[in-house]
Write a protein that binds this ligand. Sequence first.
Ligand code: F6P
Length: 556
Amino acid sequence: MAKRTAAKTKTRNPKPLTKRKAWKALEAHYKKIRKLHLRSLFADDPKRGERMTAEAAGLFLDYSKNRITSETLKLLIWLAEKSGLRTRIDAMFRGEKINITEKRAVLHVALRAPQGTSIMVDGENVVPQVHAVLDKMTDFSNRVRSGDWKGHTGKRIRNIINIGIGGSDLGPVMAYEALKHYSDRSLNFRFVSNVDSTDFAEAVQDLEPSETLFIVSSKTFTTLETMTNAHTARAWLLNGLIGDESAVAKHFVAVSTNAAEVSKFGIDTANMFGFWDWVGGRYSMDSAIGLSTMLAIGPGNFRSMLDGFHQMDEHFRTAPFESNLPVLMGVLGIWYTDFFGAQTVAILPYEQYLKRFPAYLQQLAMESNGKHVTLDGSEVDYPTGPVYWGEPGTNGQHSFYQLIHQGTRLIPCDFIAFGHALNPMGRHHDMLLANVFAQSEALAFGKTLEQVKAEGTPDWLVPHRVFEGNRPSNTILADRLTPEVLGKLVALYEHIVFTQGTIWQINSFDQWGVELGKVLAQRIIPELESPKEQTLGHDASTNNLIRRYRKLKTQE
Ligand code: F6P
């Protein structure tokens, strides 16, 4: 990889998106082809199913079941080019401060940059710092996994609890579940995120404090939920170990950018694993925030995951847009969100281990692209980030797929499937894969009135049994779910989000929208806890709810 230094690149987009020629051309094109059915698109082009595919770093993408023609794709790619996507990709990889509202670089790609490469931030190469933290995590993980690191009473650590929320929880949970197959089964992993005390109570109810290690994961180390849970964890530990404060050193480590707060909490900063302000919370699962992942799967597997991320980064950085997986999926998302008016995207992994992947993508996509003003602060006049949701197949088929097939909304779907099961048994995997292929086929082609009638269906039942079809989907196929493949998949979606954020001209890297609720909660806490009723200055509904809760609290 070439040495990259920060240079000033114009990242603002002067021309409003909807005034761009490419946008106008897409509007006109949409009017022409919006009624085209996938049935005729496939009938007119027998090679479509092979032609509209792309492959990179071992991920195969079939995007042929989208409501597009070759012309659509050309126009969408033109839009991406004219939106300065290439320049912005280069700016990100160079370490420019493209997160303009927080004046920060956006360098999750540096977290997986191989040793010996160079990415400069404020005149400093950050890659050696990344590898120093990785080495420290490796040493610590080896000590815990081998039993060398002992608890305060000399017992081996058996339980590891990650305390964190948002990006400091969803990545670790998702990766732990996704890679459980590769994990050390003699260690128990739990994840506490919610400030609801049930989360903590259930996580520790069958655990022995002397065998439990807490990882307090928080970029800021000030997040209400995480700090509340961390204090509760400390009290639980000290209670179990008869109040010996020195036990904290052997049972608590921290992952944070805030050494001062870590030390204030009582964790020795020697047991702190750092990262940097240029790593966004939702882009941090491959930083030290992934310490629980490394403890579970081991340092070798963790590094394979990083390698997977890096392979996808390099593909995104260098491949022509026409064959660039994140760009293709990114522009297809724009096509449905902004032209067809789709409001959601369904993420449908046909791999049980990916059961938390949709939840992980919710934060990645929705915290990133849930924005209503452009980089220069003007209100957008087009829809931005859609709602992400989903469940693993085949469970979803017996629940919400009905609405995707026959409801009134257009819901583009991403199917994710693998050539091999990690726990092969009998015919299960063939059945699983038959279901993925059947679903995307049924969504695209449906069942016509004539077909339903020809089956001898009574007339009154015919309309109920017709499937309109023309429901778009992507299918991603990979060999098997490994740490490396997980890295590729996550990086793929990170860069899809980046592609879309660039076209929408928004800042995908801040999250001011979560601030107001946090501030108001801080104001309400004393109003709930004060022994004397306070004069409340909220709206009538909030005031009333507060009073009612105070009354409920006093009743047994
Ligand atoms: O919810 C807002 C947010 O800032 C997320 O972006 C972040 O992932 C989460 O809170 C947790 O923050 P921290 O790691 O600082 O505790």
